[in-house]
Design a protein around this ligand. Structure first.
Ligand SMILES: Nc1ncnc2c1ncn2[C@@H]1O[C@H](COP(=O)(O)OP(=O)(O)OP(=O)(O)O)[C@@H](O)[C@H]1O
Length: 359
């Protein structure tokens, strides 16, 4: 559940909230339905300046509706949407236009204009704003430099690779110096290597410019690579929210566990199907976070193996600069003393051991 406490605002449209000046986005109990379909069922979220928030969910969970509410393309039935201290959910269309300039957006299919050069695509938001030509082209050059495409200014989108097109999309989204960048599945159409380079670019821009980013995705790997925080949306509700490392190390909601299934070690299928209430081996999972997972755990594991235990599956990786590990261990069913010794050490280190069953 959302852990943030919200100050009830009850403000009129465009009234500012000076006490929340470091908060770029705030959603309070946002609801939206389409006939009988509930797309958003009371979503509350807060994104401070400079944070990258990943919103993840299955198809139909409500991600697109949420992102469309954030840029004012969709109006909620009720609730509040506050961007940089201004309530936008009830603003008339013409007042939304200048606010939208504070929000950049990148898309899965890039949405570039094929008849315009790369630099003209990047400069387009500034042209719409009425910025003089020399100034907007200078800004476009500066942005193409930032995204590593200085040599492609005069090229047309059709002459670019997918990754290069997305770099142009990012440069265009930044043209009007937005306070918030929204990313709608921006890497879903790209291969893994290009995805990594685009995510690295977004991270770099976030650091350099202090830009706040909200990205929606159905891929946990995207969240793990780039986000500071993650919100899991299911059937229009935020079912879990937390910093990425904690959610990866210790997911709570069933939907989070299944979204994570492809990104963290699982019990091998042939053992999973045999799991039952009795057998020769007790199967346990161990979730580790921090230095115990890097050092002492392996000494304790070696001790367990010496006493007849077996390492079945597992891995250690780094998320946000800290080790996160998950292992599956088999322990002889007749020797519960080994299990209790290992459990004591693991729990004393603040990690988690769960008995899954017997094989
Ligand atoms: N304009 C609309 N008219 C009717 N139903 C809609 C409309 N937009 C969204 N919905 C419904 O609202 C629910 C949430 O849709 P939404 O597109 O926000 O989900 P999503 O998580 O973005 O899914 P996907 O990953 O497949 O794009 C779905 O059941 C969808 O069918």
């Amino acid at each position: 559940m959302n852990s943030h406490a919200f100050i009830p605002v009850g403000i009129e449209a465009s009234e500012s909230l000076p006490h929340l000046k470091d908060e770029v986005v705030r959603l309070v109990d946002v609801r939206r339905r389409f006939n009988r379909t509930i797309a958003l069922d009371g979503v509350s979220l807060s994104v401070p300046k400079g944070q990258i928030l990943g919103i993840i969910g299955r198809s139909g969970a409500g991600k697109s509706t949420l992102i469309r509410c954030l840029n004012g393309l969709e109006r909620p039935d009720s609730g509040q949407i506050v961007i940089e201290g201004k309530r936008i959910d009830q603003l008339p269309e013409r007042s939304l236009q200048p606010l939208r300039r504070r929000i950049g957006m990148i898309f899965q299919h890039f949405n570039l204009l094929s008849a315009k050069t790369v630099e003209a695509n990047v400069a387009l938001p500034l042209k719409i704003e009425g910025v003089p030509k020399a100034e907007r082209l200078a800004r476009a050059r500066e942005l193409l430099d930032l995204v590593g495409l200085s040599d492609k200014a005069k090229a047309y989108p059709a002459q670019l690779s997918g990754g290069q097109k997305q770099r142009v999309g990012i440069a265009r989204a930044l043209a009007a110096r937005p306070a918030l960048l929204l990313s709608d599945e921006a890497t879903s159409a790209l291969d893994p290597e290009t995805t990594r380079s685009i995510l690295a670019l977004l991270r770099d821009i976030n650091k350099k410019l202090g830009l706040t980013i909200v990205l929606i995705t159905h891929e946990m790997d995207v969240v793990r690579t780039i986000a500071d925080r993650v919100a899991v949306i299911d059937a229009g509700r935020i079912v879990e929210e937390g910093d990425v490392r904690s959610v990866f190390a210790n997911p709570q909601a069933q939907i989070t566990k299944s979204l994570l299934a492809g990104s963290r070690p699982q019990l091998p299928g042939h053992l999973e199907t045999r799991l039952g209430p009795s057998g020769d081996q007790i199967v346990v999972s161990v979730d580790l976070l921090g230095s115990y997972g890097q050092q002492q755990f392996f000494a304790d594991l070696a001790q367990t193996i010496k006493n007849g235990g077996a390492l079945l599956q597992g891995s250690l990786e780094h998320i946000q600069g800290e080790p996160v590990a998950r292992f599956f261990i088999g322990i002889p069913a007749g020797n519960t003393a080994i299990l209790e010794r290992l459990r004591m050490k693991i729990e004393a280190a603040g990690a988690r051991l769960e008995v899954l069953g017997y094989v």
